[in-house]
Ligand binder design. Structure first.
Ligand code: HSE
Length: 401
């Protein structure tokens, strides 16, 4: 089997490395050697051991009949989209780690793959090295999935872990994540929750058969989390994690959201620290299943990319399928209900209690409290009332249950 890698960055380099280092093992499993014929990148890599394979022109791959599989690890949804479509239309299977492309054009690309009798697989797009998409579609596909809650972004989990363990501010923890090479120089997609939104869109699509645009997912990042909030949560046995959540209730509601949640210590999601990812899946017969591992990095992500290559080479790949969903197939997020941690200023504790109803005070230094369960709509109505009284919300974090 001869393949091409599109993009020789971190994941492309890790994938090439694994295909070479584990070549014997992979050949024994597939019954034939798996060979990298081309690596497509516009940059020069004269000192790379793969220098003789690097080409600039994708059309060479597209028209080479020997190439049956293409690994797309360019990222983004522009060139990667064009190359993926063209590869699939030429009957070549495509394996990717590109969550943005799958979350944006996955339904269309899967349909092309089906029509052409090839595969479009993306295990590496969610949870890095953690095998989660394949178990969700295969071993758990016959369960009705009522919940997927995941710590799906390593960078933000590292930042929140540092804020928890050292009391650092968000800015200081972000700078630390950047210095360690975890966060990008432009960390927007991570800290604003967009990366997690793409990942929960993909998980939700595999669970429901419907791909919701990330634009329709309520997405809140972690920029507003203060060291005081992390400390207040810790005091009552909670940690704060950025969660991507898919919830399908018995009454037929379907919610998708990304937001920081306060998580009680007894939840298995609470102990997932540093750059690790964790995904909890709840099925109607299996109950809770947890997936845990490295959600990012060259080697773990390469492991997931090569897992898909291996499945195609062994002839055991399954074709996931989902369709684009109408935005109204999601329940209006204003009905999403949760207990809430709220910090207010500008009004006294009595007024806050009258506005927010029954509350559990948390701090003597700040007007911080936990509310009873209330919908987004009800919460926002109370915030308006607070503002009309000259107060404002300093912090608001939903509680996980
Ligand atoms: N920036 C992502 C993260 C990389 O921090 O999890 C893996 O998708």
């Amino acid at each position: 089997m001869k393949l091409a890698i599109l993009g020789f960055g971190t994941v492309g380099g890790g994938t090439a490395d694994m295909l070479v280092k584990n070549a014997e093992l992979l050949a024994a499993r597939a019954g034939e050697p798996i060979e990298i014929k081309y690596i497509v990148d516009i940059r020069e890599f004269p000192d790379s051991p793969f220098a003789d394979k690097i080409i600039k022109d994708f059309s060479v791959v597209e028209s080479d009949k020997e190439i049956s599989l293409v690994i797309e690890v360019i990222g983004g949804a522009k060139i990667a989209y064009d190359f993926t479509r063209r590869a699939l239309l030429a009957g070549k299977s495509v394996v990717t780690s590109n969550k943005e492309l799958v979350a944006t054009h996955g339904a269309e690309l899967l349909a092309i793959a089906k029509e052409k009798g090839c595969f479009y697989l993306f295990e590496a797009a969610v949870g890095g090295g953690i095998p989660v998409l394949s178990p969700l579609t295969n071993e758990l596909g016959h369960n009705e999935i009522s919940e997927i809650s995941g710590i799906l972004n390593g960078t933000t989990n590292y930042i929140l872990t540092r804020m928890f363990s050292s009391g650092a501010s968000f800015e200081a923890a972000l700078a630390e994540a950047q210095a360690k090479g975890y966060a990008e120089s432009d960390p927007t997609a991570d800290v604003e929750g967009h990366d997690a939104a793409r990942k929960i869109a993909i998980l939700g699509a595999l669970a429901s058969g419907k791909l919701f645009s990330a634009d329709h997912i309520l997405t809140e990042g972690i920029r507003g989390i203060r060291a005081e909030d992390v400390a207040a949560a810790a005091k009552i046995g909670y940690s704060i994690k950025l969660l991507g959540r898919y919830l399908a209730t018995r009454s037929g509601d379907l919610f998708l959201l990304v937001a920081p949640f306060m998580i009680p210590a007894e939840s298995p999601l609470s102990g997932i620290s540093d750059v690790y990812n964790g995904v909890l899946v709840r099925g109607n017969f299996v109950d809770d299943v947890m997936f845990y591992g490295r959600g990012a990095g060259a080697a773990p992500t390469a492991s997931a990319v090569v897992a898909d290559v291996d499945k195609i080479a062994r002839g055991v790949a399954q074709r996931p399928l989902f369709a684009n969903a109408e935005s109204d197939a999601l329940t209006d997020i204003s009905f999403f209900s949760a207990r809430r941690y709220v910090v207010v200023e500008g009004v006294d504790a009595n007024a806050a209690q009258i506005i927010f109803g029954e509350t559990e005070p948390l701090s003597s230094e700040e007007n911080a409290f936990l509310t009873v369960e209330m919908s987004e709509d009800s919460y926002l109505t109370r915030v308006k009332r607070l503002e009309a009284c000259g107060g404002s919300v300093v912090s608001h974090i939903r509680l996980y249950r």
